[in-house]
Design a protein around this ligand. Structure first.
Ligand SMILES: NC(=O)c1ccc[n+]([C@@H]2O[C@H](COP(=O)([O-])OP(=O)(O)OC[C@H]3O[C@@H](n4cnc5c(N)ncnc54)[C@H](O)[C@@H]3O)[C@@H](O)[C@H]2O)c1
Ligand SMILES: [Zn+2]
Ligand SMILES: [Zn+2]
Length: 346
């Protein structure tokens, strides 16, 4: 089968290769025929060498939907032919961390697919602990509508959970990329009173406001962002900040625009170590939470999509065939205006 392989010996670290189709190797595995996959910003982090745990010579990709073509003997709730969306994380469901919902730190899993084991940018993919990692799609939910459930939508939701949103809260989301837009959508669903979108990309800000995901949008290149957020919050600052941009400037912004005693949820992945100026922050009494997503709400998110309470359909702005995936990577990396997410078709 065709598969996009990450290997540091390849030019640009990736190549479309011919690989053997995956087989069941554990009784809890399933094999999924990939009907749509996508490229995540985290894949770009891998090929640029910023993910030290990424294993050389691995098929990339951890965000996909597909049809089950084989299941191991211990997979009871899934059958051949089922349409499913996948969790970007592999988790056993039984270890200390899984029992507490911290599946990103599952001692038998975590971010495995497309990082430490072969992922989904291929024709077929093996999913370990398939009962946990795959969610059946109801008839009314298309593959396209469910493509982002297990990664970026879960990550956006995770950001809102980190912020412990209460009715009427003002939530600032830094970064109006795919993850930030999902965070805004989930903040609205969680009844945030005001959602503020912050980005330097005007096109993305426009999408946030046109889609009704943000009530206010700001470009920090054109305004004093701290001041703007204060004006909207009786001079306090945001009740919760979700950092989905991932650069030094936005990390700094995240604590500056937060009100005292706010929660800052850091969803973004940085390419350099960063530090907080604790003396300057003293007395602000902030709570910082960080993390790789604990994507434990896939079923709930699919239901919300089915009920049309949320929709990520607009995020697919371009499609590429698997055979042209190198071109897709280039396109996604360059992010021409209007590009949000790419769907990779068989
Ligand atoms: N925690 C997780 O499990 C998880 C899961 C998926 C993605 N991520 C991470 O989340 C982040 C966002 O992902 P994405 O796909 O939306 O990425 P993206 O690059 O498409 O979006 C980032 C946005 O931040 C904006 N930005 C950059 N510099 C800025 C600045 N100085 N001020 C304001 N805005 C600025 C960009 O214009 C862009 O729109 C990435 O770091 C990604 O790796 C984390
Ligand atoms: Zn991802
Ligand atoms: Zn576990």
């Amino acid at each position: 089968m065709k598969a996009l392989v990450y290997n540091r010996d390849f030019e640009g670290n990736i190549k479309l290769c011919e690989r053997k189709e995956p087989q069941i190797i554990n009784s809890k595995d399933a094999i999924v025929k990939v009907t749509l996959s996508t490229i995540c910003t985290s894949d770009l982090h891998i090929i640029k060498g910023f993910v030290p745990v990424a294993k050389n010579d691995t098929v990339l990709g951890h965000e996909f939907v597909g049809e089950i073509v084989a299941v191991g003997d211990d997979v009871k709730n899934l059958s051949i032919g089922d349409r499913v969306c996948a969790n970007c994380e592999t988790f056993c469901g039984e270890c200390y961390f899984c029992k507490r919902g911290f599946i990103n730190n599952c001692v038998n899993g975590g971010w495995e697919l497309g990082c430490r084991i072969d992922g989904c940018q291929a024709e077929y993919v093996r999913v370990p602990y398939a009962e946990n990692g795959l969610t059946k799609l109801p008839e009314g939910v298309s593959y396209e509508s469910a493509l982002f459930v297990g990664d970026i939508l879960s990550s956006g939701y995770f950001g809102t959970e980190m912020c412990e949103i209460k009715d009427g809260d003002t939530i600032a989301v830094i970064g109006a990329g795919p993850v930030g837009l999902c965070a805004m959508m989930c903040a609205k669903y969680m009844k945030a009173g005001k959602v503020i979108a912050i980005d330097i990309d005007e096109t993305r800000l426009k999408i946030a406001s046109d889609k009704g995901l943000a009530d206010f949008v700001f470009n920090p290149q054109n305004c004093d962002i701290e001041n703007e957020v204060k004006k909207l919050t009786e001079n306090r600052g945001a009740d919760g900040v979700i950092e989905c941009a991932g650069v030094k400037e936005t990390f700094e912004m995240s604590w500056k625009i937060a009100r005292p005693n706010a929660i800052v949820g850091v969803v973004a992945m940085y390419e350099e170590p960063l530090s907080l100026p604790l003396p300057d922050m003293y007395g602000k009494n902030l709570t910082f939470k960080t993390g790789g997503v604990d994507a434990i709400h896939c079923q709930k998110l699919v239901k919300l999509i089915e009920e049309k309470k949320i929709s990520t359909d607009f995020l697919i702005t371009q499609k590429f065939k698997l055979e042209n995936i190198i071109e897709a990577y280039r396109y996604f990396n360059d992010k021409p205006q209007g590009c949000l997410k790419i769907a990779i078709t068989p």
